[in-house]
Design a protein around this ligand. Structure first.
Ligand SMILES: [Fe+2]
Length: 446
């Protein structure tokens, strides 16, 4: 049962989005069970569900137990204290209406700007309706198509828990729906996790690269644990923790610029597939149409391009200033866990770019109005007028690195540094002088 009746405001908003308010009526439990039963019995799917497993799963849903972690295989996942459940009948009509409005607005944009595989995926998972999906039903559909399942989490979880779920082919989803009329949110919600991400699972290369990110995360985490066992002082332990956090941050950039904010060329046209883009109707349009951002073509199979992604800083608080464009999804298959771990370890020893820059060697699709030259971040920093926090932290990070001397280990790293636009000598000198006086000491550099 829903908690509220539709208010006059709701009627007005529904009209604005062209939604028939009577369609924003969640199915009662028994009707959802009937639907679940039909879904579970499907056999013409890539991952059919064993009848005895389906039976247990159905009984769990029937008992009224709220959905927590998908139980269609023997695998499960440790959510380390971030477990949550979807209490479907506790969702309000406002929640469902917010979902319906978001989906309706997204559809106008997605039909034009999303890649075709994504649009097909939305149909398979039935996530274009006017009510929030029941996770029991959705989880079964996702499993049948992809072998992945859902794990319900409290709103924001640490990166290592998020990616550990990926390594086990569980996708963490929230149970909170953004307030009615909100276009872009920094934190994930049902609109982002379900309406944004779920359809990307039908792109096998994207699903595989998500899993590979999870495995890479586990490798970094296990190496950290092994080192911690050998550590003898609190300082050593802190350094090991900090190093692992830094590696995960850079691995997160590869995920961000592909799974979350990736574009792809299809029939010569730019299309979106990133879930961060496609969960925001505004960014869906602007990622493809706006004159503001840069767009750069990349081939993740090329080490140079992969390093470009791992060394590019960004902010989450605004629409992206640079989008990276794949020529096709097959190039994503090169992103193995080993290559991810290798590239982020390399990125740690190198100067970084900001999200606004075009750098030498980039295969530029277009230069956006947001573009700044590589050295502008230093000039803005010293003038006390950095355009944004990303420019400030990348500038300080790089100048500090040059101050203490770069630790170049391989030809690949040397080539990367040689390709960078040289920093004027006076910039480094002034930075060195000012840091002697304690300036920039407490500024975050990542
Ligand atoms: Fe996401």
């Amino acid at each position: 049962m829903s908690k509220t009746i539709h208010s006059p405001d709701s009627r007005q908003i529904a009209e604005q989005y062209g939604i028939d308010l009577d369609s924003v009526t969640p199915l009662p439990h028994e009707h959802r069970l009937e639907k679940l039963s039909r879904v579970l019995s499907q056999t013409d799917v890539p991952f059919p569900i064993d009848p005895s497993v389906a039976d247990d799963y159905f009984k769990l849903a029937q008992s009224g137990t709220p959905f927590g972690i998908g139980s269609l295989t023997e695998k499960t996942v440790n959510l380390a204290g971030f477990t949550n459940q979807q209490h479907y009948d506790a969702l309000t009509l406002q929640d469902h209406l917010s979902w319906a409005c978001l989906v309706a607005e997204q559809q106008q944009q997605k039909q034009e700007y999303a890649c075709r595989e994504y649009l097909e995926g939305e149909q398979k998972f039935e996530i274009r309706g006017t009510t929030i999906p029941d996770y029991y039903i959705l989880n079964a559909r996702i499993y049948q198509q992809t072998g992945w399942q859902l794990a319900t989490v409290s709103e924001i979880i640490p990166a290592h828990v998020f990616f550990h779920c990926h390594s086990q082919r569980f996708f963490p989803v929230t149970t909170f729906m953004r307030p009615l009329g909100t276009d872009y949110l920094e934190e994930p919600d049902i609109g982002h996790d379900i309406a944004g991400h779920v359809a990307t699972f039908t792109i096998p290369q994207v699903a595989q690269v998500m899993n590979n990110h999870g495995v890479a995360n586990d490798i970094i985490h296990l190496e950290k644990q092994a080192k911690l066992q050998q550590a003898t002082t609190p300082e050593e332990r802190k350094k090991i923790e900090d190093d692992a956090t830094e590696l995960l941050l850079y691995a997160g950039r590869l995920y961000w610029f592909t799974v979350e904010f990736g574009l792809v060329l299809q029939d010569g046209q730019l299309k979106s597939f990133g879930a961060g883009i496609l969960s925001s109707p505004g960014e869906t349009r602007s990622s493809v149409d706006s004159q503001e951002p840069n767009r750069i073509i990349i081939d993740p199979a090329d080490d140079k391009d992969l390093l470009r992604l791992a060394t590019t800083d960004y902010l989450i608080s605004e629409f992206q200033k640079t989008y990276f464009v794949l020529k096709d999804f097959n190039s994503l298959t090169s992103l193995t866990p080993e290559r991810i771990v290798n590239v982020v370890e390399t990125a740690r020893r190198l100067p970084h770019h900001t999200w606004r820059e075009i750098v030498p060697g980039d295969q530029v699709f277009n230069v956006g109005r947001a573009m700044t030259g590589p050295n502008e971040k230093y000039l803005q920093l010293l003038a006390g007028e950095p355009k944004d926090e990303c420019l400030q932290r990348a500038a300080i990070r790089n100048l500090k690195m040059y101050q203490s001397g770069l630790e170049i280990r391989t030809d690949r790293e040397q080539t990367f540094v040689d390709a960078m636009v040289p920093i004027p000598e006076w910039v480094q000198t002034e930075f060195n002088n000012r840091t002697k006086n304690g300036e920039f000491h407490d500024f975050p550099t990542r």
